[in-house]
Design a protein around this ligand. Structure first.
Ligand code: ZN
Length: 133
């Protein structure tokens, strides 16, 4: 396992601090990232299709976090787009209890500020396979 000192950096201290937070959580055994073709909002009565989902307090003892990315090509045309949604869901983890609108703003800023190398690094945490459940 490489240390947080060896992750790709952008040179912007705040951006890199957030990036390291993301990597810290991604490497935790209690955080799981899944990809799923048909992803519906569990909190919406009409069960609308969503890009991604962050579910805290799952698994043994309720200490786990599960991030699910919609892998349907009609939602994300490639893995770069999936990585943008991963940035969004990780922002929900790091900026806990922050309004959705602000998370959307954080996503837009980070997508612009992260280097391609940083985005590729995050992409490496997206599993190749799709999950059924
Ligand atoms: Zn969100």
């Amino acid at each position: 396992m490489v240390s947080l000192r060896e992750v790709p950096l952008s040179g912007d201290k705040l951006v890199d601090w957030i990036f390291k937070q993301f990597v810290f959580f991604l490497r935790k055994e209690t955080l799981a990232v899944k990809r799923k073709k048909r992803l519906l909002d569990p909190d919406n009565l009409h069960r609308r299709v969503i890009r991604g989902l962050m579910q805290p307090q799952v698994g043994p003892g309720g200490h786990g976090i599960e991030i699910t990315i919609n892998s349907s090509r009609s939602i994300h045309c490639n893995r770069d787009k999936e990585a943008e949604t991963l940035i969004h869901e990780l922002s929900h983890v790091v900026f806990w209890k922050t309004w959705e609108r602000f998370i959307g703003q954080a996503e837009n800023i980070l997508v612009e500020k992260f280097t391609q190398e940083q985005k590729d690094f995050l992409k490496s945490f997206l599993p190749r396979s799709e999950s059924k459940d």
